[in-house]
Design a protein around this ligand. Structure first.
Ligand code: IPM
Ligand code: MN
Length: 363
């Protein structure tokens, strides 16, 4: 089979980690007889420098023609001035919104080889296998009004955590469906004790629940969820949360897996169905880590696992996706580590070496 993949390396370590994921995809193509057609385009800081925009029209056009997008990271101190008219992150936010990628899946699966890499006790993180399902195109990220202004008594600023019934219902449905495919537990996150948008969220969750009688729905306040993620993370199966809560909780959850460098993500525009191909954007949860960019040290596994999610959801290549996961596990078992997951007695390797080791295991 063939797949049209748009590659957006982006800023900082983006190009380095994406290169390793491409290496692994090529190994998969070679081994299983697929032809992946890769096209490269720009997003983030580089097009800001060149043309003053974070998401060029050309990138958007190519996105719409592809089966899937593989993205590295955007952002860096060069473009981080809060007074700047446009920031690299705007490119990513516009891409998510324009492509309707409202469902962001962030699986957190703890590899048993890495239970000692977490700052949490091994007995707490051992066996953790959860998904943070984050609403990605609504809430405070996009809601209007969104502005800063001058008043006689000083400056003011507002963001609006705005949600429509349609937006809440469709992400909750993805949550119920995902739970159905897993251990059938859905934890719906809100702050219904304080926020109106959360009260609507909770009502809609309760209204949908009878349609999914096989799924056990619980409501968890966002602050309590943050606490329970470090107290007893194994209790969770699927966690569904609005955009901002999901952003924060997924960074927290990544620490269960030992490092942000281990966490992949998929952003989809519909409920993924087994056996069919769903357009999606795949990216590591970590950022552009400008301090280590160009040094061949950062962990490419999050991006490589994102490529595995791409094979699974956008190309329906399940064996191939599993082969990547097994290769990652094999390399970790063999004792290879990048700096972020390094522990005594293991062999420390760089970005490229980690990519080579994983690609070799596919063959
Ligand atoms: C993420 C990132 C982005 C977000 C930034 C880079 C805009 O933190 O994907 O989690 O806040 O959504
Ligand atoms: Mn984030």
């Amino acid at each position: 089979m063939e797949g049209k993949i748009l590659v957006l390396p982006g800023d900082g370590i983006g190009p380095e980690v994406v290169a390793e994921a491409v290496k692994v995809l090529e190994a998969v193509g070679h081994e299983y007889g697929h032809r992946f057609e890769l096209t490269y385009a720009e997003i983030g800081g580089i097009p800001i420098d060149k043309y003053g925009v974070a998401l060029p029209e050309e990138t958007l056009r190519l996105s719409r023609r592809s089966d899937a997008i593989l993205l590295g990271a955007v952002g860096g101190p060069r473009w981080a001035d809060p007074r700047a008219k446009v920031q690299p992150e705007d490119g990513l936010l516009a891409l998510r919104k324009k492509l309707g990628l409202f469902a962001n899946l962030r699986p957190v699966k703890v590899f048993s080889e890495l239970v000692d890499s977490s700052t949490l006790k091994p007995e707490v993180v051992q066996g953790v296998d959860l998904i943070v399902l984050r609403e990605l195109t609504g809430g405070a990220y996009y809601g209007k009004p969104k502005k800063q202004w001058q008043t006689p008594t000083g400056r003011k600023a507002v963001d609006s955590m705005l949600y429509s019934e349609m937006e809440i219902e469709r992400i909750l449905r993805v949550g119920f469906e995902l739970a159905r495919m897993r251990r059938k537990k859905l934890a719906s996150v809100d702050k219904a004790n304080v926020l109106q948008s959360s009260r609507l969220w909770r009502q809609i969750a309760n209204e949908l629940a009878p349609q999914y009688p096989d799924v056990e729905l619980t409501h968890v306040l966002a602050d309590a969820c943050a606490m329970r993620l470090v107290l007893s993370p194994r209790d969770f199966d699927v966690i569904v949360a609005e955009n901002t809560f999901g952003d924060i909780l997924s960074d927290e959850a990544s620490m269960l897996a030992g490092s942000m460098g281990m966490l992949p993500s998929a952003s989809l525009s519909m409920i993924p169905k087994s056996g069919s191909r769903t357009f999606g954007l795949y990216e590591p949860v970590h950022g552009s880590d400008p301090e280590r960019a160009g040094k061949n040290v950062d962990n490419p596994i999050a991006t490589i696992l994102s490529a595995a999610m791409m094979l699974q959801y956008s190309l329906a290549l399940y064996r191939e996706a599993e082969a990547i996961e097994r290769a990652v596990e094999g390399v970790l078992k063999a004792g290879y580590r990048t700096w972020d997951i390094m522990s005594p007695g293991k062999t420390q390797v760089g970005t490229r070496e980690m990519g080579d080791l994983i690609a070799q295991r596919i063959a």
